[in-house]
Design a protein around this ligand. Sequence first.
Ligand code: ATP
Ligand code: MN
Length: 285
Amino acid sequence: MGVAAEQIRSLHKYEKTILLALERGMKRYAWVPLDEIRASTGLAESEINYRVARLMAWGMVRFNPVPYDGYALVFGGYDALALATLARKGTISALGAKIGEGKESIVHDALGLGPVAIKFHRVGGRSFASARLNRDYMPGQGHCPWLIASKKSAEREYEALTRLHPHVSVPLPVDQNRHAVVMALINGQNLNRCRLVAPKEMLEQILDCTRRAYKVGIIHADLSEYNILIEDEKAVIIDWPQWIGTDHPNAETIVERDIDNILAFFSRKYRLDYPRKDAVSGVVG
Ligand code: ATP
Ligand code: MN
């Protein structure tokens, strides 16, 4: 399921009110009772029923009748809220096509002050959703792990980009809201899909990025040919939510794993055997 771009433009103010009420309600309920929506929005039940039916048709809300009628926000609805906020702030004016889909995110291009990429983090959707289905009324906290985890992931990525830019070649961070990160759109291909003419220079560029990040105090921790974009012969390192600090107890092992991933890729694809000792000391030395 993608981001409901068309619906965002046509989202009625009551629909937005209901999405916001569900977002708040999900701090206390796995399925927000209809009564709660009525109380927190002040809308009539007939209005809520009509609006919620539309939100469900767009894949923004789900309904569960057992043991009471309850509604839950799903990723599509969370996307719509983030987009509405980013649009209101003027960060983006239009959402474009899907340009990437990873295990834990969906990336679209969009129009901001210039061309931007918007990454919606989607952490733990499926596994958490099924856990949620098995429970009923659960006041207290932590029933909405996917929402919290996805927001946290976006915040972490934004923090890394903010600290790294411009010391390291990463997309310029533009804005962040909920589970969404807005950053400069990189015009290029993932390294795994490139055919490099000067692989050794590229490898050294990437090691230099790794070294500069390390100096800032940040280790990528998922560095691979898939998380590097090549724009005009220049490497841009993306996908930072899992970064760790250089003060992490396993920092050394983790940065070496990053380096090994890159060395292995260049060795495999370009038969380039760069001395591991030089690579590691170049980064952390
Ligand atoms: P995976 O789980 O597969 O590692 P992910 O969900 O962690 O991916 P990213 O790697 O950040 O997400 O992004 C997914 C894809 O979207 C990237 O491989 C890339 O093709 C595209 N992409 C991400 N950010 C940008 C950007 N700023 N500019 C252009 N394309 C981007
Ligand atoms: Mn990735």
